[in-house]
Design a protein around this ligand. Structure first.
Ligand SMILES: [Zn+2]
Length: 701
């Protein structure tokens, strides 16, 4: 696989070299900087060479700098048009080049592109800093902002003005010289401390190994898990043994299946105590430093707590709103978790007499309950989920909701030869955008699944509509020698999920480039699509046995539905406990002086967490709060409330109700990122989201 990519790359270089020899009189041109004469103006992927990127980026950065200088040097009084709009349009070329580069870096990468990425990273962040720290530019923005009451602006313009001003302020543009210096110092210390925290977690994770020499201790484990552990042992030079680690793919199966209770305890405790071993990788003091620096930063900006600073530009807006939601779900989930624990204790009583269920027992007994009550055999399901059938099912849902169609396009440049292209058209046949789909893993593709844009929608200053060019990238099970690609259920949901993001991008009607959707809102269109994937009526339409064409039987649909309720008390409680911990650290008003151990204990005592469950992440290895989810771990739940509540609207009015769909399209898909998300949601739903549909769908009601 990898070899083919390298060969293709070499050929591209050779051919372009030949072109050069044959056309000596012709000037060499960079395809990234030319007008694209391709169908629908998609990037001419195969013509772009790795060496084209750096010069194109440099030209694009220069162009943006020139545009910004023009804003600054404009002698007329600053207006929305000559400042805010002009700034929004200043990076059109940079956006265009970045979209191609980062799209290819994820889905069609190679060593040369990786090298370019490393070279570009400091240049691009320096370029961004120069703009956001430019005092003359900010002075102009501020003038427009302070005059906003006197301006006649559309809702999108008002929001863009607010967001532009706010992002400069949040970067420190409005601070005194002295405070700016303090901010820079805090940011520097924070980046070092978070890096150290992450490295400590990594080190502690890699350092621990549960080495098993006695075959007896493997009792209960499936053959595939044992084989994997033998492989890990070999990789560590421990041939003939079996090795388990605190990485979840290794640890969870052990906790689920290993009959040896003492070893389960040993492994789980090693996991729980990462960064908490009082050695040089201990994270307790590092975390205290991080939360105190963050508090200091928030105070510099005039906020009481870091959470309030962080939540200012999210849908949740403040810590209070987050706690209200956490409490609502907590009150519903904790009793369910207690019932689950009691059920497990009963099994334990029968098996072992007087032992009490502990946190390292949970997965083991949950697995027994799963087998008894919820067994869903993937082998039984997968014949109904042929990739092409699932894809057509998702297309059909969109067709029924919005009347749009997906027509395959050949003879069009593609991000990779394996990708397929569709023209997405409105019900009246007019062009909406291009959708690339790229389904299977290969060496040049990153893991996971994502949606991206090779061209995002906007309207040029001259009023020309720029159509979106969207891509969804997956790593789905490949076809077998004699079988088509048959997806597992996770993959089915993922296909619908990413297509949900894609439609958000394809329906976009924003006028200005670079609209920003808050992180606790952006998963609404995608997570909502997953509900259609499992609706019985929809399953009957697309989930057909690839051999017989028979639709999926009711018995299997029922099993899929039941399986959603398995272990929900535990899943919600361990997630919520971690969310509380994240919020508690970021709502302190005074610097944290006591120990992290005490702080965590107090936080968990406050919510009365039961001893059989630990928070999904504990203080010393909670890498979400160093990785961008600080005062943000709640957002998974926030988005889930929205998608369950939004889908409930469709359930109430009919899952293919075109009027409800039109409301969703008009109020959310077309304009999210251009207005306050809370307002958008209210306009769609007629009220704020409520938590009940989520509780019901998770079996917590
Ligand atoms: Zn997503």
């Amino acid at each position: 696989m990898k070899k083919i990519t390298v060969v293709a790359l070499v050929l591209a270089v050779v051919f372009s070299g030949l072109n050069c020899v044959n056309n000596k009189t012709k000037k060499m041109t960079n395809p990234l900087l030319q007008k694209w004469d391709t169908p629908f103006q998609v990037p001419p992927f195969s013509k772009i060479k790795p060496a084209d990127y750096v010069p194109a980026f440099e030209k694009a950065m220069k162009e943006q700098n020139d545009n910004i200088n023009a804003i600054i040097n404009n002698t007329e009084a600053p207006t929305f048009e000559n400042t805010i709009a002009a700034l929004a349009y200043s990076g059109q070329l940079l956006d265009k080049v970045s979209a191609v580069f980062y799209g290819q870096l994820g889905a069609n990468t190679n060593d040369s592109l990786q090298k370019v990425a490393t070279e570009l990273s400091p240049k691009l962040s320096g370029h961004g800093d120069k703009i956001s720290m430019n005092p003359e530019l900010f002075a102009k923005i501020k003038q427009v902002y302070e005059n906003k009451e006197n301006l006649t602006l559309t809702k999108e313009q008002a929001y863009l003005l607010e967001e532009t001003y706010r992002s400069f302020v949040r970067n420190g543009a409005n601070l005194s010289k002295e405070d700016q210096k303090t901010l820079q110092q805090i940011n520097k210390e924070l980046s070092l401390a978070t890096l150290q925290y992450d490295q400590n977690v990594l080190k502690e994770t890699n350092d621990y190994k549960l080495v098993i020499d006695n075959k007896k201790n493997l009792s209960g484990l499936p053959a595939s898990v044992i084989e994997e552990a033998a492989e890990t042992a070999r990789a560590n030079g421990l041939d003939g043994s079996w090795v388990f680690t605190t990485q979840k793919p290794s640890m969870i199966p052990f906790l689920q299946f290993a009959d040896n209770r003492m070893l389960r305890e040993e492994l789980y405790k090693a996991y729980l105590n990462r960064g908490n071993n009082n050695n040089k990788y201990d994270n307790k003091k590092v975390l205290a430093k991080i939360v105190n620096l963050r508090l200091q930063k928030a105070k510099l900006f005039g906020f009481d707590t870091y959470a309030d600073y962080r939540l200012q530009n999210r849908m949740a807006k403040n810590a209070n709103n987050v706690y209200t939601l956490l409490n609502q779900v907590w009150d519903a989930a904790l009793p369910v978790a207690k019932r689950e624990a009691a059920e497990m204790q009963q099994i334990m009583n029968k098996e072992k007499g007087s032992l009490k269920l502990a946190s390292w027992d949970w997965w083991y007994y949950a697995e027994k309950i799963r087998k008894q009550k919820y067994d869903l055999d993937e082998k039984e399901l997968s014949p109904y989920f042929k990739l092409e059938n699932v894809r057509d099912g998702a297309f059909m849902v969109y067709h029924k909701l919005y009347g749009i169609t997906f027509s395959p396009v050949n003879n069009i440049p593609k991000p990779h030869p394996d990708a397929v292209a569709y023209e997405v058209k409105e019900a009246d046949g007019s062009h909406l955008g291009v959708l690339f789909m790229d389904f299977h893993p290969r060496a040049s593709k990153q893991g996971g699944a994502w949606q991206g844009e090779y061209q995002s929608h906007y309207v040029t200053p001259r009023g020309k509509n720029v159509s979106p060019i969207v891509t969804v990238v997956y790593n789905f099970t490949k076809p077998g020698a004699k079988t088509p690609a048959l997806l597992n259920f996770d993959e089915v949901e993922t296909l619908f999920h990413e297509l949900g993001h894609a439609m958000d991008a394809l329906f976009a009607k924003n006028r200005y480039p670079g609209h920003h959707i808050p992180s606790d809102f952006v998963e609404l269109p995608s997570q909502m699509m997953e509900h259609w994937a499992t609706e019985p009526k929809v399953l009957k339409m697309y989930a057909k046995n690839y051999l017989t064409g028979e639709p999926i039987p009711d018995k299997l649909i029922e099993k899929i539905h039941n399986s959603k309720f398995f272990n929900q008390g535990f899943i919600n409680v361990e997630y919520l406990a971690a969310s509380y911990l994240d919020m508690d650290y970021h709502t302190i008003k005074e610097p944290l002086k006591g120990s992290i151990t005490d702080f965590e204990k107090e936080a968990m005592d406050k919510i009365v967490l039961i001893s059989q469950i630990e928070p999904r992440y504990r203080s010393t290895y909670f890498t979400h709060i160093t990785g961008g989810y600080d005062a943000g771990y709640y957002s998974y739940l926030w988005a889930a409330v929205l998608d369950n509540d939004a889908f409930a609207y469709f359930k109430e009015t009919g899952i293919f109700n075109q009027e409800t769909a039109a409301k969703f399209r008009k109020n959310i898909l077309e304009i999210d990122g251009t207005q306050d998300p809370a307002v958008l949601y209210r306009n769609f739903r007629g009220r704020d989201a409520i938590v009940e549909p989520l509780l019901e769908n998770r079996g917590l009601k």
